[in-house]
Design a protein around this ligand. Sequence first.
Ligand SMILES: *Cc1c(COP(=O)(O)O)cnc(C)c1O
Length: 763
Amino acid sequence: MAKPLTDQEKRRQISIRGIVGVENVAELKKGFNRHLHFTLIKDRNVATPRDYFFALAHTVRDHLVGRWIRTQQHYYEKCPKKIRDGWQVEEADDWLRHGNPWEKARPEFMLPVHFYGKVEHTNTGTRWTDTQVVLALPYDTPVPGYMNNTVNTMRLWSARAPNDFNLRDFNIGDYIQAVLDRNLAENISRVLYPNDNFFEGKELRLKQEYFVVAATLQDVIRRFKASKFGSTDSAKTAFDAFPDQVAIQLNDTHPALAIPELMRIFVDIEKLPWSKAWEITQKTFAYTNHTVLPEALERWSVELVENLLPRHLQIIYEINQKHLDRIAALFPKDVDRLRRMSLIEEEGGKRINMAHLCIVGSHAVNGVAKIHSDIVKTQVFKDFSELEPDKFQNKTNGITPRRWLLLCNPGLAELIAEKIGEDYVKDLSQLTKLQGFLDDDVFLREIANVKQENKLKFSQFLEKEYEVKINPSSMFDVHVKRIHEYKRQLLNCLHVVTMYNRIKKDPRKLFVPRTVIIGGKAAPGYHMAKMIIKLITSVADVVNNDPVVGSKLKVIFLENYRVSLAEKVIPATDLSEQISTAGTEASGTGNMKFMLNGALTIGTMDGANVEMVEEAGEENLFIFGMRVDDVAALDKKGYEAKEYYEALPELKLAIDQIDNGFFSPKQPDLFKDLVNMLFYNDRFKVFADYEAYVKCQEKASQLYMNPKAWNTMVLKNIAAAGKFSSDRTIKEYARDIWNMEPSDLKISLSNESSNGVNKANGK
Ligand SMILES: *Cc1c(COP(=O)(O)O)cnc(C)c1O
């Protein structure tokens, strides 16, 4: 007979029940015995009090596990993100934590990179001495071509401190400092600067740029010397073949130090005369410009470069002297031209204009869309194109149809193949054959069905991620790209507020339902971009929870926008937003991805939009707003945002609401700075395009109500997207800049382990 329980024992039993939530004490006992037996491998004869404690603890934990996991899931679902409370929150991305299965370290090709030190001029030449060395460890990633037997190598570099790094400190007993300094050296390859179209003149960034350049150039020279072209007996002619075998494309100015670095190798190490070294250098390099926004152009402080790379600064000065001598001879007494074209800017502390260095050191300079290349020639680098007009070219950007159609939208890729065969995958210009099916109603409906399936799939993703009910028959209106004032997410936001106000004003009036999806990352230090995100999420909160609006309008901010998310959202898009101020978007590539995936474009005459219009016809895009010339005329006249605000009642209402806290009732002043910017400091003239934009959006809504007309326009766009393949772009670079023939590699591999030896010609 069991003794009656004491009060203390009763309390203990109740509290155990409370904790474990077990009604049946027998179940608890069973669990206890199971853990004693199977987990601790004991029986009651040998079990110690600690074993009993552990058996009980395991049993209790078992009963908590289900609720433990569910609670964490709930927290995750409720507040999982980066975006927290409508603000962007950054997290470190430790993407190598689990290793990278594609890369292969190549320690046998490790190379030293030098920093700091001083320059010695002797009668045997110039020496850069007393430097600090960081090692560059190469990692190779295979880059397979699409069904062409080619696998190229992408070689990236990781910074390693040499074993003898700060050995002196170590020996005098300050080994803690020595270990800390090793970390400092290895920091060079630890971080990627997150800015978008913004130059930040930090020393670590300069170190990164030189580190990659110095390692790569040594590697290139080593491979050239090992080749039959570099192994000539005469040192004088050894490098004559260099530009025929090596082409270096400067992808923006970030690797611009490659120009003085190659000159240093040729002159100081290989002992070539300056003029010969310069001739080979110019023939080797070409430069692609990616932006005309002045705040994005690299202008490194002379002081910083002098300290980190003293020899390179001397070489840059020497390049500049010869460059200015030439201009002075061609334009006598034109001092202002010399100032404008100098590699060294004097205003507000001496700085090196890296774009000028790239132009002078290259045989070709290009922009990335026609309109951008024209602006490069006639405005930003006008003096340089006057000096050497033949240097300047255009290479319109492209996208790969393998990722941006076959992989992300297999349904559409398959439909196209059924009509025109599969060859279009390697030759996207063949998409024009689709024009033969514009009257094929079945085909049009099949294309619309694929879009609908993609929208349904994406809706399910959105509903799960954002707890919003999506109307899958609404128009998916998508604006995804980095958050930047020039890309004008604010203009889109004003349209959303205007649609909201129209629905509220007359809820019974016909409204073409929309799901507006805006997504992208702000650079962590870009305050205004973060305010734009907060405004969008605040407007979304009001719109999405207003019962009067219902399923007519939903606003989603897509956080953590990245390639894997782009692959999901782009195939599900009806309307693609490409609404930058004319003259500010160099090309854009998002615009092309949407076009290829059967979205219609609402956009300005900017970047590659201009060529999309050329290819598809202006009647097949929703084009609105100021052209480049209109923007210039408005600048001349003086842009007064207030005038538009006073003249357009719907704009006034939207701005007043944002200004007075309608979308931020807990913090009515939250958007004061943002509104102030729009009124008094808006370089991108949002208000000037508001009216045309809203009218153009109405046209898009009208067309969406007529599926046949909409789908026909979609097919016309897909059929006109062929130009925007990166295959076409690369062929143009190879032909016009690198002077290369395509190499068709014909190797037969009997099995996977065979050696494919690349006998390709060219570089
Ligand atoms: C294509 C792409 C971009 C570029 O978009 P734009 O609209 O051209 O600015 C940016 N981010 C991701 C993830 C992309 O896939």
